[in-house]
Design a protein around this ligand. Sequence first.
Ligand code: NAI
Ligand code: MG
Length: 485
Amino acid sequence: MAKQNKTESWEYAPSLEGTSHIQLKKKYDLFIDGKWVKPTSGKYFSSINPANEELLAEVAHANEADVDLAVKAARKAYNNVWSKMAPLERAKYIYRIARLMQERAREFAVIESLDAGKTIRESRDIDVPLACNHFFYYAGWADKLEYAFPNRKVESLGVAGQIIPWNFPLLMAAWKIAPALATGNTVVLKPAETTSLTALKLAEIIEESGLPAGVVNIVTGYGDTGAAIVNHPDVNKIAFTGSTAVGKIIQKAIAGTTKKSTLELGGKSANIIFDDAPIDQAVEGIVNGIFFNQGHVCCAGSRLFVQENIADKVIRKLKQRMESLYVGNPLDKNTDIGAINSKEQLETINKYIQIGKNEGAEIYQTKCDLPKKGYYCPPTIFTNVAQSNIIAQEEIFGPVLTIQTFRTVDEVIQKANNSPYGLAAGVWTDKGSRIFNLTTKLRAGVVWANTYNKFDPTSPFGGYKESGFGREGGLHGLNAYVKLN
Ligand code: NAI
Ligand code: MG
């Protein structure tokens, strides 16, 4: 594994998670109407391991005709079975999916790390347990919708088309599928083209659970497959997580139709450190906020604001901490930063790093040997950043942090809100009153206090402005899949 040359940090012996227990087919077909069917075009694409560029499996590329079959299956299942089933019975299937996933948690974690490049520590401790919890949580709501919405008549929407990204592949599938099923809808889901495998493993579990055919259909493919779902006339709801650019395309495409939508888009979230904050914890929070999952996090704390009088100290400690981060093989349990998800994304990140240098910001990158094969980016920070710099305005979606300073509360609120995005924020201070003051004034869907990147199925998540609309998770997440009368 590639690791730091630094002598002051501990060096760990490699501790590789085994792959002998996982089962991957060479070729995956589409999961439509409870069966595995070949794509009508006969076309497949490769899913590779971004950590070493090796082929993992071939995956079917669904076209409009395949999407049409999936939507028809979902409609039939909705009309004939799922919308008529007693809610308590629906809940049993959702619980079963959660339990089956839990039983195979280790296999899911390894496949997620292989396919997405994320560290095994994260896929094992965060992605997979949270995905299971999401199914458990929404299974609990399925027969209690009258308590979720007192004095209202709750109706499902019909067929939900769901399109998800590559940063949390299984977790995003769970965020989308669990509330849709709990409220009585049926699903056509498309995973991202670089990370289809855990969604296909989930399809195997769904098959094993005995869920009636057609209730969940998984179609794999690229943007054209996603567009076919968005434009299909018999889809009632579009749930999308991904880039703001595609979010805008989707909004245009469904304008004037009766399709409902929720869009979870990008972010450029502010992490704010006041001078009374516990500095060492805050430094951990900064590291977790931007280097977690290689910075492939829509709510990453990618803009750091440090109060001026402690800036030198915080930056010194942050650099020290960065030097102890291991970059390398995602399957090594010691690795802190795994592989960038794709060659394209690495190019995007490197383009922004160059822009930052051209803009005159000061760069600091840790000096580690990166593996020769695969896509890697060392943890990177920029100081001397101006509010108007492109690197402080646009989403980079990589382990790249911009650092700015501030003197007063009003100044930092103004700077933090000066962004087209509004997904999340972090506030580090000893003062409770200051936390409450900031949570009401920061235009962000989630504000973490003295922590960062904490998720729980019971709490809603979603953004303001160009970060999208609608909430996922918690009671709020049910709203996106029901009609209230
Ligand atoms: P993307 O938005 O193109 O991909 C997300 C999903 O949308 C994928 O499943 C993709 O196949 C699908 N898609 C693409 N074009 C579509 C269309 N016209 N209609 C329907 N579905 C379509 O994101 P991409 O290109 O992978 O990443 C570009 C940038 O987007 C990243 O650098 C990052 O800044 C941002 N991003 C944000 C995410 C978030 O969680 N908010 C997740 C992924 C990317
Ligand atoms: Mg892959």
